[in-house]
Write a protein that binds this ligand. Structure first.
Ligand code: GLU
Length: 327
């Protein structure tokens, strides 16, 4: 008889890329997408795309189209029609109800100002932590305030959350969500579901087995893993990889860093240049070595060769991957 863990090890890996269509994809975003795709495709797995458009005001269909176009132009492909989070309120509602039935979430009526004031009181918890004001409300009291139409968000209790998070790239991380932020919002006071809930639930319900993304989201990884455990849903393997930064060491935002494929093309960097720079920055290609399709990375792909430190984006490095000038 097969034991269940060997079955799990043999299961087809399923990965994803989950962009927020609030702008175009810059080189750092494209690099994460390529890494997530290679990690899955190199093992013959399934790759999905999901549109994280919870923030209806910042997101647009136009940006969504641009992002999909750019991912396809790079040579990435995906196995199913991407879905939008903005269409899935019912799904998130169902999962929130489960948490409510398990008594793991509670309504919180605090405004930002209430929280600020509670945190400045003597003996308040240290740092950036929800002070727990609404945890002491009885269920009847909370129900009465809801019935009265009082604005409220829903928070997930974190007192029982683990103090560690295992990341398959970064290793064991000491992340204590109970003392770093504390009970976190899963449904906002304006009625929109929070990123943590939507993202974690979508990963689990889409059968995602591996989440590879930027290390700026490792704290979210800890929250999402905990949330899925509370829901009794499968927790994917998380890999958070170091980001690309501008030459001043800050996040990509300035001109070169914030450019999308069109902007890079205008500066003379074709798709092959972008892909090759990405392959090099992920530790898979030699400096100056040129490829034209991400499939060329699959045979040699080794996630452990991704550098442990951030990659600095420099114009002169990009230029080294340009095709040789015609004689
Ligand atoms: N939608 C998020 C972003 O574009 C990524 C979330 C994720 O990969 O879990 O930053």
């Amino acid at each position: 008889m097969k034991n269940p863990s060997s079955q799990d090890n043999n299961a087809t890996p399923v990965g994803r890329y989950a962009p927020t269509p609030s702008g175009t994809l810059h080189l750092g975003n494209l690099r994460t997408a390529v890494a997530a795709w290679c990690s899955i495709r190199s093992r013959g797995g399934k790759f999905l795309l999901r549109i994280e458009d919870l923030d209806r005001q910042r997101c647009s269909r136009e940006m969504e189209e641009r992002q999909l176009e750019d991912l396809a132009a790079l040579g990435l492909d995906w196995d199913e029609e991407p879905f939008r989070q903005s269409d899935r309120d019912d799904v998130y509602h169902g999962q929130l109800k489960k948490l409510e039935n398990y008594r793991l979430v509670y309504p919180c009526f605090c405004s930002r100002k209430d929280i600020r004031e509670a945190l400045s009181a003597p003996h308040a918890p240290m740092g950036n932590v929800y002070p727990g004001t609404c945890t002491s409300l009885s269920r009847d009291e909370a129900q009465a305030r809801i019935a009265n139409g009082e604005q409220h968000c829903w928070r997930l209790g974190t007192a029982q959350a683990p103090r560690f998070f295992f990341d398959a790239f970064m290793g064991q991380q000491a992340i204590n969500i109970a003392t770093d932020g504390g009970d976190f919002v899963v449904r906002r006071a304006d009625g929109f579901y929070a990123y943590q809930l939507a993202c974690a639930v979508d990963d689990a319900l889409s059968g995602i087995t591996e989440v590879l993304r930027g290390e700026d989201l490792v704290d979210s990884g800890a929250r999402q893993a905990y949330l899925l455990t509370c829901l009794g849903l499968p927790v994917p393997r998380y890999l958070h990889i170091p980001l690309v930064v501008g030459s001043d060491g800050t996040r990509l935002a300035k001109r070169l860093g914030s450019q999308d494929l069109r902007g890079l093309a205008e500066d003379g960097h074709d798709i092959g240049t972008v892909l090759s720079w990405i392959g090099w920055s992920l530790g898979q290609l030699d400096f100056g070595e040129r490829i034209n399709h991400p499939g060329e990375l699959l045979e040699r792909w080794d996630v452990h060769r991704i550098p442990r430190e951030q990659t600095v984006l420099r114009e002169e490095d990009l230029r080294r991957f340009n095709p040789p000038a015609r004689p």
